[in-house]
Design a protein around this ligand. Structure first.
Ligand SMILES: C[S@@+](CC[C@H](N)C(=O)[O-])C[C@H]1O[C@@H](n2cnc3c(N)ncnc32)[C@H](O)[C@@H]1O
Length: 446
């Protein structure tokens, strides 16, 4: 530890730091495993300052200035009710005793958009596979939790499969129509809710308690990066509080990866230009260049000012628009029933991967035949025994709602040299980290 008063240290905030307000205290949690401690408002402001200026010089003066400014912003008696209402509409405050109406005014209520819910409903493979898994599990359970219920499709399937009780939790505005839709769909199927119970909680699952607890949790919280919608944290919390030892659909998720040759014209052109702009000898000088040359020079200049060594993005590919080359490997597996503690998901043992054997390279990701090679990542989730869904186009159980992740190559593998792929979740457990290396040389990463 450095001595207080010695030269000012460069400080930064831990990325795993989280705050919570519990029993009226502000609690700081440096990580899920390190415990928590009470902090005052001045400490929160101090940490905010360290985060924004990255050092400790002049902190005292800034802190005093900001807290004095904050004092002058304290709302008046007349303003306070409006402020509290705004915070309620943003989903920060909830009205006690109400099951919640969802964050009415939140600008990012993405899942309230009916077209987003429709895109999920219209993915036949996705809903048919969930129906299959639910039908297999339903007879053994009495109370199901539909976690992140959206349109209510999974609640409908659970009630149709005979579950006596379903608790649907949905935080977005989609919750408002859920009960009506499920009831209507059940009626159309000649079923009513006389002997079954559907309870809707229009709230984030962290704010809900259930009595009795659920003995089955059904959830679809997958993103293109399967973890990006916060599935791990939500399921872990639900398994702890809302359905201890409950069975879970899905059961596990596995991330796979392989080198792939891209045939989709848009993606191929986009990657080719990216690779060309990154080549060191690509930087030309031209006086009075043509429009095409000027644009190409602009792309190079733009690329140089970006940190693109860890580039990755989802892309909607169809079967036939790419071919896997070399081996495909399972890189990372997360059990979901139950979800393991955070440290077990940070990283999995490195996977050994053979590079494509017959490939020559003119530059990273480019071959003499004009092919563009990238690293493709997709997921497969096991919903129940023998029932899976996949984000890889061409798989028998591919769901078109999800897109595989594209990782452009920043350097090319050498023939015959074995590669090592490291993968795991970051501190937020919402981002899948992947690094493909040949020795210390990184080929692609996200
Ligand atoms: C991918 S959609 C799935 C919707 C529906 N279950 C289906 O299969 O069509 C996920 C839904 O979960 C909701 N959601 C995500 N996390 C949640 C949480 N912790 N509590 C409540 N709702 C949540 C989102 O608002 C979204 O509507």
């Amino acid at each position: 530890m450095s001595k207080p008063g010695s030269s000012p240290a460069k400080l930064r905030l831990s990325q795993s730091l989280r705050f919570a307000i519990e029993a009226g205290n502000i609690l700081a949690r440096p990580s899920q495993n390190l415990g928590e401690f009470v902090v005052g408002a001045e400490i929160v402001e101090l940490l905010r300052l360290v985060d924004s200026q990255g050092g400790s010089q002049g902190l005292c003066r800034e802190l005093r200035k900001n807290l004095e400014a904050a004092l002058s912003h304290i709302p008046s008696e007349q303003e306070l009710p409006h402020l509290l209402k705004d915070l309620e509409e943003a989903g920060v405050l909830l009205t006690a005793g109400r099951r919640g109406s969802g964050p009415v005014g939140a600008g990012t209520d993405r899942f309230a958009d009916s077209w987003i819910q429709w895109a999920m409903l219209a993915d036949s493979c996705r809903v048919e596979r969930y129906a299959e898994a639910i039908r297999a599990k339903a007879p053994h359970h009495k109370h199901a939790l539909d976690l992140g219920a959206g349109s209510g499709i999974l609640s409908f399937l659970l009630l149709q499969a005979g579950l006596p009780r379903v608790s649907a939790i949905e935080e977005s505005g989609a919750a408002a129509q859920l009960k009506k839709t499920v009831r209507r769909a059940l009626n159309s199927c000649g079923q009513d809710l006389l002997t079954q119970k559907l309870e809707v909680h229009a709230s984030n699952s962290a704010n809900v308690s259930l009595s009795p607890k659920a003995d089955l949790i059904v959830s679809e919280l997958f993103g293109h990066d399967p973890f990006s919608e916060g599935m791990i944290g939500c399921l872990r919390d639900a398994q702890k509080r809302l359905g201890k030892e409950a069975a879970c659909i899905p059961h596990s998720v596995t991330v796979h990866g392989s080198f792939a040759k891209i045939a989709n014209p848009q993606l191929k052109s986009r990657l080719k230009q990216w690779h060309e702009a990154r080549q060191p000898h690509g930087q030309k000088k031209a006086s009075s260049p043509s429009v095409a040359t000027a644009l190409s020079l602009f792309r190079q200049a733009y690329g140089k000012s970006q940190d693109w060594d860890t580039l990755s993005f989802p892309f909607s590919l169809r079967a036939g628009e790419f071919s896997l080359v070399g081996e495909s490997k399972a890189l990372f597996r997360a059990a979901l029933s139950p979800v393991p503690p955070p440290r077990k998901l940070r990283s999995s043992p490195p996977t050994r991967l053979k590079p494509p054997s017959d490939m020559d390279w003119t530059a990273a990701g480019l071959t003499p035949a004009g092919d563009v090679i990238c690293f493709l990542v997709w997921f497969e989730a096991e919903l129940s025994e023998g029932v899976s869904i996949s984000s890889l186009p061409g798989h028998a159980h591919h769901c078109h709602h999800w897109e595989p992740l594209v990782l452009p190559l920043v350097s090319s593998p050498e023939k015959g040299k074995l590669l090592s792929v490291e993968s795991g979740l970051d501190d937020t457990e919402c981002h899948l980290h992947i690094e493909i290396r040949e020795g210390s040389r990184v080929l692609a990463a996200r």
